[in-house]
Design a protein around this ligand. Structure first.
Ligand SMILES: C[S@@+](CC[C@H](N)C(=O)[O-])C[C@H]1O[C@@H](n2cnc3c(N)ncnc32)[C@H](O)[C@@H]1O
Length: 299
């Protein structure tokens, strides 16, 4: 049995879900960013609260953990909601994240020794498909002063600059060190110092001539992030490259520069996140209706 399994099995071998059955707050906030039916890998899933929440949203979730006792609870929680989560019992020191396989990789309070974290984050970066997302929340070394959960060994905690370095191949969509109340089961019990990250694997390389970034709302209602300018490979015309964020499947989108910014208005990240928590189907229908109305007006 691995050291991780020996440590975690006794903690999970109780009836109670020690991290609760509700998902992690940050994951819940960010889940609107995931495309429909995403292939999600959850590292150090524990007892299933996050995997089962994501399966409930229609994603195909694989949960990896060293602890058999934890994974037995994952299966039980999933079955209680008539959902399926694939479980893999493995120490992350042995598990290999297959390259370019995952739409989303989740690591919530998955605290690992530095060398192992280096291996796992390296594989996670490689394991994402282009456009795929890494979602991470963990305690920082500042958590030792709070004593409300997490490892007592600073070497296992997430130093933001170390994590930033480990995931350097990804584009940071959200990177925040903050204090927040973490009330997630009996082992996460109060005000805490955390790092929260959402990072995206870059989409197909475009010859960007000018970097530029900002969140935009199309007048039809969709949300985008402006990635920068590019030149069309054939006629050299100027294009604007966007990442489409919501309400359709995330994808990049290119428009002739001349059309920018007539149909867009700038919005804040908070506005995008708020929209993403809304009704995706209704928003998609409204965008389609607005497009159709615009087309009809043009004649
Ligand atoms: C603090 S718990 C968090 C569980 C879950 N992510 C949650 O937020 O409810 C850490 C989890 O990581 C797993 N873990 C720690 N080290 C591991 C390793 N080397 N290999 C696989 N899993 C590991 C533990 O078994 C445990 O389930």
């Amino acid at each position: 049995m691995s050291d991780a399994a020996a440590f975690w099995n006794p903690r999970f071998a109780v009836e109670e879900y020690v991290y609760g059955t509700e998902p992690n707050d940050f994951l819940r906030q960010q889940a609107g960013r995931f495309g429909k039916g995403a292939k999600v890998l959850s590292l150090g899933e524990g007892e299933g609260r996050n995997a089962v929440f994501l399966a409930g949203l229609g994603h195909q979730v694989t949960a990896v953990d060293a602890s058999e006792a934890g994974l037995a609870k994952v299966a039980k929680l999933a079955a209680s909601k008539q959902l399926l989560v694939e479980t893999v019992q493995a120490d992350l020191a042995d598990y290999v994240i297959a390259p370019k396989q995952w739409d989303v990789i989740v690591a919530i309070f998955c605290h690992l020794p530095q060398e192992l974290a280096h291996r796992v984050f390296g594989q996670a970066v490689a394991g994402l498909k282009p456009g795929g997302l890494l979602v991470l929340e963990g305690y920082t070394p500042r958590q030792l002063a709070f004593g409300t959960g997490g490892p007592k060994d600073a070497a296992l905690l997430y130093e933001p600059e170390v994590i930033r370095h480990e995931i350097a191949g990804l584009e940071l969509l959200h990177f925040a060190e903050l204090e927040r109340p973490v009330l997630e089961g009996k082992l996460h019990t109060g005000q805490a110092a955390v790092l929260q990250v959402v990072a995206q694997k870059p989409l197909a390389a475009m010859p960007a001539v000018e970097a530029g970034e900002g969140y935009l709302r199309h007048l039809d209602g969709g949300y985008y992030r402006r990635l920068g300018m590019a030149r069309h490979s054939e006629d050299e015309s100027e294009m604007v490259v966007y990442a489409h964020l919501w309400p359709f499947e995330p994808h990049t989108w290119v428009r002739p520069a001349a059309e920018f910014p007539g149909r867009f208005e700038p919005v804040t990240e908070a506005e995008v996140l708020q929209a993403m928590q809304g009704d995706q189907a209704a928003a998609a229908a409204a965008v389609m209706a607005a497009k159709a109305a615009r087309r009809a007006k043009k004649g």
